[in-house]
Design a protein around this ligand. Structure first.
Ligand code: HAM
Length: 415
């Protein structure tokens, strides 16, 4: 086969060190923020049985209908690269009997997800999500806590132009009655709707709110709203969540047309957007999924959570990663023994000094230039039987009679 130019697959990207450092900084901030709120780290497989997503995310969603990377393994089992994390976490909750632990069980995750979408800025086929899930309680404080944790994460990252949209979808029963009402309404004005919306009136009428077709949008402005149809206990739950957000001075817009692209939501739904993102304005979103665990074969178990796109957060924020300037660069002069330099570097590192050494055969002049370029605080020059330490700030150079003395000078300059 002729060798074409090898490239990362469409919709994927490589993370190079500069970007990698920003991602690590963000991940560390997540671990700290979520850990302090009682969320433990969880990891689930990157592929799961296809059935999990069909049952969990919903047969009629875009994700399941057109965006999944699905394949058969050698034994003929249908597997899918996970398009989202909630279904897998709920599967793990059930599989490991976590409903027997004290509730709620609070978990957080970070990892790659896959959706076969048309790539554009901020939209990839492999992307990274961070997410949290609190399973086993329907307390409104969990909804508010989840929302505020994402708000805090975005604020800490310095995300620009962030807005919170909030709504409630009620219970499945309310949604069913409301869907019937909406279907009737949509059929009554079918001629004004886009072809796509028309074809989905019966399967998923709520998705009509998502349409960017002007005729459909006009119809949806006058459509009955689910928020006006909530059962009293759901309206009360929503009011409690809002009161907690108000107490925390968290701003939000109630958006009765907020529809999320996954079918498992009940009650609270929310989305953080950023105008800095353009068309792909969703930075993170989530909500309650009180029926999901049961739908996957478990006992009735409420849950709430969200996920946010790491690439999108970094696009709209100022996360900075400290440069990794070494404390010392160990240079070699003339025919000096590289085993000595190698030993010194390891000894320095074991003393907590960050050390690099010459590993590309440069001249001493080239090594000093390189040490300067990577921002080394000092240079330890290993000569033939002699050691010198150069202070890179002042250019002063001192001789050392022994390796210990040289390392002592380096530590002095590092402090
Ligand atoms: P989602 O809204 O589908 O929710 O995705 C969450 C976030 O993932 C989005 O806001 C976006 O930042 C990012 N994202 C999604 N698709 C892409 C893509 N193709 N390229 C780049 N970033 C993307 C969920 O996945 C739910 N599991 C959230 C949840 C957790 N609900 C309850 N618990």
């Amino acid at each position: 086969m002729a060798g074409g130019k090898l490239q990362a697959p469409r919709g994927t990207f490589d993370v190079l060190p500069e970007d990698g450092r920003r991602r690590s900084a963000l991940r560390n901030a997540c671990a700290e923020l979520f850990g302090a709120a009682g969320y433990g780290p969880v990891e689930t497989p990157i592929f799961e049985s296809t059935d999990l997503f069909a049952r969990g995310v919903g047969e009629t969603t875009d994700i399941v209908q057109k965006e999944m990377f699905t394949f058969e393994d050698q034994g003929g089992a249908s597997l899918t690269l996970r398009p989202e994390g909630t279904a897998g976490v709920c599967r793990a909750y059930l599989e490991h009997g976590m409903h027997k632990l004290p509730q709620p069980v609070k978990l957080w995750y970070w990892g790659p997800f896959f959706r076969h979408e048309r790539p554009q800025a901020g939209r990839y086929r492999q992307f990274t999500q961070v997410g949290i899930e609190a399973i086993g309680s329907d307390e409104p404080t969990l909804d508010a806590e989840a929302i505020l944790l994402l708000a805090e994460l975005l604020a800490n990252a310095g995300a620009q132009g962030v807005r919170l949209r909030l709504s409630s979808l009620g219970t499945p029963a309310t949604r069913r009655d409301y869907s019937d009402e909406l279907r009737k309404y949509l059929h009554g004005r079918e001629a004004e709707l886009s072809q796509e919306v028309r074809s989905r009136i019966d399967a998923n009428p709520l998705r009509a709110f998502d349409s960017d077709h002007p005729g459909t949008q006009a119809v949806m402005r006058d459509a009955p709203k689910l928020l006006d149809r909530l059962a009293p206990e759901d309206a009360e739950h929503f009011a409690a969540v809002r009161a907690l957000l108000d107490d925390a001075d968290q701003e939000y817009d109630i958006d009765p047309a907020l529809v999320r692209g996954l079918d498992y939501y009940t009650r609270t739904v929310f989305e953080f957007t950023s105008d800095a993102l353009g068309a792909q304005s969703g930075v993170g979103g989530g909500g309650r999924y009180d029926g999901l665990v049961e739908q996957l074969g478990g006992p009735p178990t409420p849950g709430v959570g969200w996920a946010a796109g790491i690439e999108r957060i970094l696009m709209v924020s100022e996360v900075e990663a400290g440069a990794e300037n070494p404390d010392v660069y160990v240079a070699q002069e003339g025919q000096a023994d590289s085993r000595m330099a190698f030993r010194l570097v390891r000894d320095l590192r074991s003393r907590g000094v960050s050390a690099q050494m010459e590993q590309a055969g440069r001249s001493l002049k080239g090594q000093l230039k390189h040490a300067d370029r990577i921002g080394a605080r000092s240079v330890l020059i290993v000569g033939d039987g002699v050691l010198h330490v150069r202070d890179m700030r002042t250019g002063d150079q001192r001789d050392a009679a022994s390796a210990d003395e040289a390392m002592g000078i380096v530590e002095e300059l590092t402090a």
